[in-house]
Ligand binder design. Structure first.
Ligand SMILES: Cc1cc2nc3c(=O)[nH]c(=O)nc-3n(C[C@H](O)[C@H](O)[C@H](O)COP(=O)(O)OP(=O)(O)OC[C@H]3O[C@@H](n4cnc5c(N)ncnc54)[C@H](O)[C@@H]3O)c2cc1C
Length: 414
């Protein structure tokens, strides 16, 4: 690849930063421009609802690279530089402040942003969303001085913020439409584990509840539920999902670039426009194993797609086939989830569910493993991956017997 070429990356998050790093590691000698709208250099978001929120980790612990990394590797990191428009035909990006960047290859790594609540009172002071470091700082301060925190939405972010807020000493109410936390991802059985976990920690759980309005004067004072109940709160945190950031692609300049719940990319992370790629939360990528497009909102996908897409940008063959993986930490419950199971036939357990030390498996109707989640049990991810990749039915009795070695079982089902 010619040293005179410019590779531009829009979005200086984890995927963007890892791509820039990998371009240099792969020996690319041209210009690398990493453009981000945030003031901070690239950082990892998972700690924002965990240790960073609680004040147990500072920025240096969450930054993707040390400050000098970018200049040391001749990566032009442009912070506080939102890209306002792009012209894919001219291969040009327009940045705020009238500067522009011409590129030869482009990576879109713009991530996702929180869905907003559209109801009365949603704009009151004291209502928080959590995506970036500034929001984490503001939320941390608010929780520290608040008595009562209401969290709307018991997905991953909502559950983790509820756990951190409890650990920070606040009274916490967790409000969710489904019957248990995390029901849409994990189902009722494993969701119940999280329900009991939060209840044991003193969280007031309002499941099966809708939110009618947020009430208050100068600032929020309460959440009014659909049934008329009123939950007093000094701080309200909204965690009702995220949407891929594709606003840049709405204009004429992006004509020809397919967008459907994210930027449409093939298994090599290439978009429908030659020379343009996407990675991380914004990418809806064809996965060869699942034979469908999936958009992941996971740290590991941003890390690995960011790393791997550099090879595709350099003209090497790429087939991104990694099995989805994510993790979550709440109180003393840490878990890893491996796989992708938008639907399943049943969930089976191995280990001590009540003692919160177990592995759950999501199976299809032929007893093939679609996903596995290890809770306070470690070093089973490889075995779970092998079972998923094999696509073969497992012996469920042995799978759920803690005395059967998972690696051996994975070998025999493969
Ligand atoms: C609080 C929190 C906790 C999380 N915890 C976990 C966890 O425990 N486990 C897990 O697996 N995942 C977790 N995640 C998800 C994980 O952090 C994301 O999947 C990951 O950050 C995605 O990385 P990304 O680089 O694709 O996007 P982002 O990290 O969102 O980075 C995209 C960047 O692009 C910038 N940008 C967007 N548009 C423009 C533009 N036009 N011009 C310039 N810059 C632009 C954005 O400002 C942003 O900085 C968590 C996320 C959050 C918010």
């Amino acid at each position: 690849m010619a040293a005179s070429q410019t590779f531009a990356i829009v979005g200086a998050g984890l995927a963007g930063a890892k791509a820039a790093e990998a371009l240099r590691r792969e020996g690319f000698e041209g210009r690398v421009v990493l453009i981000g709208e945030e003031a901070a250099r690239p950082y990892e978001r998972p700690p924002l609802s965990k240790a960073y929120l609680r004040g147990e980790a500072g920025f240096d612990r969450v930054a993707v690279h040390k400050e000098r990394f970018y200049s040391d590797h001749d990566i032009e990191l442009l912070t506080s530089s939102p890209v306002r428009s792009l012209d894919l035909r001219e291969r040009r990006l327009e940045l705020e402040g009238a500067s522009s960047v011409r590129y030869d290859r482009l990576l879109l790594a713009t991530g996702a942003s929180p869905r907003r609540l559209a109801l009365e009172g949603a704009g009151l002071a004291g209502v928080h969303y959590l995506r970036d470091i500034g929001q984490a700082d503001a939320l941390g301060r608010a929780i520290r001085s608040a008595g009562r925190v209401a969290v709307i939405g018991a997905g991953w972010i909502g559950c983790e913020v509820a756990a951190s807020a409890r650990e920070m000493g606040a009274e916490v109410t967790l409000i969710e439409m489904a019957s248990v936390p995390l029901e849409s991802v994990l189902g009722p059985e494993v969701g119940a584990v999280y329900r009991d976990l939060h209840a044991d920690q003193g969280v007031d759980l309002r499941m099966g509840a809708t939110v009618k309005a947020l009430r208050g004067g100068a600032a929020v004072e309460a959440v009014e539920l659909g049934g008329g109940e009123v939950v007093p709160a000094d701080v309200v945190v909204v965690g009702v999902g995220v949407a891929p950031r594709t606003e840049l692609l709405a204009g004429e300049g992006a004509a020809g670039l397919a967008v459907e719940d994210g930027v449409v990319v093939d298994q090599g992370l290439a978009t429908t426009v030659p020379g343009v790629y996407a990675a991380g939360d914004v990418a809806s990528a064809l996965h060869p194993l699942y034979r469908s497009r999936i958009r992941l909102e996971h740290w590991s996908a941003a890390l690995n797609q960011g790393r791997d897409v550099a090879r595709a940008m350099l003209g090497q063959h790429l087939s991104y086939e990694r099995i989805p993986y994510f993790y979550s930490d709440q109180y003393d419950l840490s878990m890893e989830y491996t796989g992708w199971a938008p639907r399943w036939a049943r969930v089976v357990f191995r280990g001590d569910v009540a003692g919160r030390q177990f592995v759950a498996f999501w199976l299809d109707d032929a007893d093939r493993v679609l996903a596995g989640m290890n809770v306070n049990v470690w070093e089973v991810t490889e075995a779970i991956e092998a079972m998923i990749r094999s696509g073969r039915p497992v012996d469920v009795e042995r799978l759920t017997d803690p005395d059967t070695d998972l690696a051996t079982l994975a070998g025999s089902s493969a």
